[in-house]
Design a protein around this ligand. Sequence first.
Ligand code: GRF
Length: 185
Amino acid sequence: MKKIVILFSGQGSNLEALARALLGRVEIVAITNNPNAGGIERAKALGIPVTIIDHRAFSSREEFDAALVGDIKRHAPDLVVLAGFMRLLSRVFTDAVANAINIHPSLLPLFKGKDGIGESFRSGMKVGGVTVHRVTEQMDSGEILAQVCVPILETDTRESYEARVHEAEHRLYPQVVARLLGLVG
Ligand code: GRF
């Protein structure tokens, strides 16, 4: 069975969507940098083992990345899937982990960085969206693998728009992971 490592820092809603779509067909393990991440309980409830590597225990980004790479290599995954992983990655990571993807809540290359949803919503554009891309050392800049549009309606609040963005993420990400792993559907 193919194996993925999911990296997350927050609520883990994408982790859950991936697990619900892929468990049984794909082995899933997870790593978080945040001991307080809501996604930890979520993962455990789904039967996904979680390793906590607290970035605050390391004195540099490179030292943290080396520990992260060590744990990823231990799992020998077919694909590394970033899902709300809120750490900038150095070349220590990108040189060692060739096959990693990320999901970002905007139509890249627009609105890179932490507030892709808010910047899309405030842009005046009539569509925002979601992008899955390869991870490189340039944040949110690797090759685009898949993209969907999410309309920004006159009637939307930031919250209603955000909810549709997350629904789009939860549909798109499992499809892309399945395709990259060579699974049907
Ligand atoms: C998602 O919007 C994802 O696109 C972004 O961070 C958020 C993570 O949410 N990179 P969750 O932790 O998966 O609920």
